[in-house]
Design a protein around this ligand. Structure first.
Ligand SMILES: Cc1ncc(COP(=O)(O)O)c(C=O)c1O
Length: 400
């Protein structure tokens, strides 16, 4: 039995002292129990899972599909994912050797970082970024290189990337999020091609988190793998596109030489994914009904985005161009409190409206707030009324 007087610090890996719980969830938990709170904090689709997808999970359970699968996931799911990537993004992966089923995008990220990182290897993370990347990099004994891209419209430019590579000799990977959480910004084909030109021939792997690829409002999604297939691992899944966050199914696609070692690590972490969840994800990727399910959700998100953009612009917020995912990342107007954490708590205190402070997403997020528009139009309309009231009451130069 562990003696009571053993200090926790002696028991746990020293890297744990560098890792904090997700700032998004920490903030969300703090404000969740307040009466009348309206939260635009969590990136969680508010739609139900389409009926035909639910039925696929039910059928798997009733058919006693209750045994271990293989660690890469069922062949049916890998084939469905392979067809999906080919149809939607013109990406071509062999279902037998180049696709892996993971427990959400989250486990996919972790398995990749575990497979590639040696102690003190560096991972480029353009910020503001999903906070999980830096935490996972540290947990795998790597060093996150948090690079502020807020001055370049929240896009990593080829010059910036070149400069980072010139100054750092231990870079193992670049994590690219496209479309981005928290900014909603998307990379054009040209921007990706230019980055690929910088990376081609180096030993740097791109971990391309494309979990929001189906939620792109103004143009068609293009994958980094189109331009740098041999050095890219694509992460995708059904969490956001099919409102299936709780089913926990993601995929990794990449060349067999990269997928094989990642699959080995992944098999030690999870053994195999859950069969009913895989049956549901197979239906989500494969069914001809899915395109219209996703389209309906996308149209609803687009309408919500347009509402927030027009209301917030009128209130004086400037924002990153929100062309994908379901987030608005907005700069706090100069006549309001510029400390994003103080601003967010004040907004909760005065108006019972919760948004996430931007600094939780890294250096490029200071002075910003993130709003998730995975919420109903009624909630968003109410949120905008509360934000407007806050701006009116707190602005140094009061409106009107
Ligand atoms: C950029 C990004 N990647 C990955 C994830 C996690 O996806 P999953 O639920 O499939 O693990 C999220 C969830 O918010 C995300 O925003």
């Amino acid at each position: 039995m562990i003696e009571k007087n053993i200090e926790a610090n002696n028991l746990f890996a020293s890297v744990l002292s560098d890792v904090k719980p997700s700032p998004i969830h920490a903030f969300d938990e703090k404000v969740s129990d307040l009466p009348n709170i309206l939260k635009l904090t969590i990136g969680e689709p508010d739609f139900s899972v389409p009926e035909h997808i639910k039925q696929a999970a039910v059928a798997a359970i009733l058919a006693d599909d209750s045994h271990y699968s293989v660690s890469a996931g069922t062949k049916q799911l890998r084939q469905a994912a392979s067809h999906f990537l080919a149809d939607r993004y013109d990406l071509h992966y062999d279902a037998d050797t180049e696709i892996l089923t993971t427990i959400g995008a989250t486990e996919g990220l972790y398995a990749i970082l575990s497979a590639i990182l040696d102690e003190n290897d560096e991972v480029i993370i353009p910020t503001p970024a999903y906070p999980v990347y830096a935490a996972m990099t540290r947990l795998n004994k790597g060093n996150p290189l948090l690079v502020d891209i807020s001055q370049d419209n929240f896009i990593l430019t080829p010059d910036h990337l070149r400069a980072i590579l010139a100054n750092h000799t231990h870079v193992k990977a670049l994590i690219l999020t496209n479309p981005s959480n928290p900014t909603g910004v998307t990379y054009s084909a040209e921007a990706l091609s230019d980055l690929a030109d910088v990376l081609r021939g180096t030993d740097v792997l791109v971990i391309s988190d494309e979990i929001y690829s189906e939620l792109r409002y103004d143009d068609q999604h293009v994958s980094m793998a189109t331009f740098l297939p041999d050095q890219t691992l694509v992460i995708n899944g059904v969490s956001k596109s099919h409102a299936m966050t709780g089913y926990r199914i993601g995929i990794i696609a990449g060349p067999a030489a990269l997928i094989t070692p990642v699959n080995m690590v992944h098999s030690f972490i999870i053994m195999t994914p859950s069969n009913p969840a895989m049956a549901a994800a197979t239906e989500a990727f494969d069914s001809s009904l899915s395109a219209s399910d996703t389209e309906k959700m996308k149209n609803a998100y687009r309408e919500r985005r347009d509402l927030l953009v027009s209301k917030m612009t009128a209130l004086g917020f400037e924002m990153a161009t929100p062309s994908g995912a379901f987030y608005i990342f907005a700069k706090i107007p100069e006549n309001l409190n510029q400390d994003d954490v103080a601003f967010a708590y004040d907004l909760v205190d005065q108006e019972k409206l919760a948004v996430v402070p931007g600094s939780g997403f890294g250096p490029g997020g200071e002075g910003y707030i993130r709003l998730s528009y995975a919420a109903s139009m009624a909630m968003l309309t109410d949120a905008m009324a509360r934000l407007s009231s806050y701006c009116e009451n707190n602005s140094a130069t009061r409106i009107g």
